[in-house]
Design a protein around this ligand. Structure first.
Ligand SMILES: NC(=O)c1ccc[n+]([C@@H]2O[C@H](COP(=O)([O-])OP(=O)(O)OC[C@H]3O[C@@H](n4cnc5c(N)ncnc54)[C@H](O)[C@@H]3O)[C@@H](O)[C@H]2O)c1
Length: 280
């Protein structure tokens, strides 16, 4: 892959979170000095070249500060699980809009957005979905990620920002349970996708799945492969251990890709009908 930016100046939002903390050394290795931002302090001391600027995403003035002189944003910041509507609204909708608007004004060229599998969680597990399926969010959180993908499309199509949306499965050193055998991604594979978002010369607007090389996957990730993604993590190497463990059945969650996010607050009067008809 040819880098289209000589040495992009990178901003990592959500840098104090779980994924951000894992990515920091990988980003520093790839891009040298990186600006970190979050509303809370980083979990580990700053490495040489790292700088930290505290910012609340829903405050446009603070967001304008963090995007200044930046070429590419890796946007992990936000509320990362299901929560009350007001919380999701501020962090993931108002905050995301503030970030995109500030990025446009500051001349940022690229954004890699941490979307989520929960944007499409109500697809059944017996269906393989690709990057082109309509959203079927399983939570208010999932709705906010679908909103983020749509907002990215607007800024790409109307203003020419280059956007990569990563529908991330679950980031970790190893898959944690049966569901995550299908959706797990290693930090190194996630970093590979981020590099595609920051460097791929032909990238305009894309959605790909953030998963490693998982033979039990429900996702057809050919678009990522077309963009050059070659994952090295293999969840099957962990399958025997995980399948030997007992898991609590979840009659609703086990049917759908989003798992327990689907069964939370689930009160569909015809449980068999949800996600079985229409396009899901
Ligand atoms: N961890 C995963 O496997 C996974 C899976 C799918 C998607 N994602 C997405 O990736 C991103 C990172 O996930 P994570 O697991 O590291 O989450 P996390 O909750 O550990 O980190 C998110 C960070 O965002 C910051 N943040 C929250 N609201 C903010 C606000 N209003 N202003 C500024 N900063 C704010 C938090 O302080 C936190 O440090 C999230 O957007 C999440 O939705 C993660």
């Amino acid at each position: 892959m040819t880098a289209s930016l000589p040495r992009p100046r990178v901003l990592l939002t959500g840098a104090s979170g779980d994924v951000g903390t894992r990515l920091r050394p990988l980003l520093a290795q790839a891009y040298g000095p990186v600006r970190l931002s979050d509303v809370v302090e980083p979990r580990t001391p700053l490495a040489p070249g790292e700088t930290f600027v505290r910012a609340e995403l829903s405050d446009p003035a603070q967001v304008a500060e963090i995007v200044r002189d930046i070429d590419a944003i890796v946007h992990l910041g936000g509320f990362s699980v299901e929560g009350p509507w007001e919380t999701i609204l501020q962090a993931n909708i108002v905050g995301l809009h503030a970030l995109y608007e500030a990025a446009l004004q500051a001349g940022v060229k690229r954004i890699v957005f941490a979307s989520s599998n929960h944007a499409v969680g109500f697809y059944r597990r017996d269906r393989t979905i690709d990057h082109a399926v309509p959203p079927r969010p399983d939570t208010r959180y999932g709705v906010s990620k679908a909103f983020g993908e749509a907002l990215g499309a607007l800024y790409a199509d109307k203003h020419g920002l280059r956007i990569l949306n990563l529908r991330i499965g679950n980031v970790g050193d190893a898959p944690l349970d049966r569901r995550r055998l299908a959706i797990w991604i290693t930090p190194a594979d996630l970093m590979q996708l981020i590099r595609i978002g920051i460097e791929h010369p032909a990238l305009r607007y894309e959605i790909v799945y953030g998963m490693s090389d998982n033979s039990r996957a429900w996702w057809d990730n050919r678009r990522a492969h077309e963009l050059g993604y070659r994952p090295t993590g293999r969840s099957e190497a962990h399958a025997a251990d995980i399948l030997a463990r007992e898991e609590q059945p979840d009659p609703i969650g086990d049917r759908f890709q989003g798992g327990s996010y689907c069964s939370q607050e689930f009160d569909h009067p015809e449980p068999g009908a949800s996600g079985t008809g229409g396009t899901a």
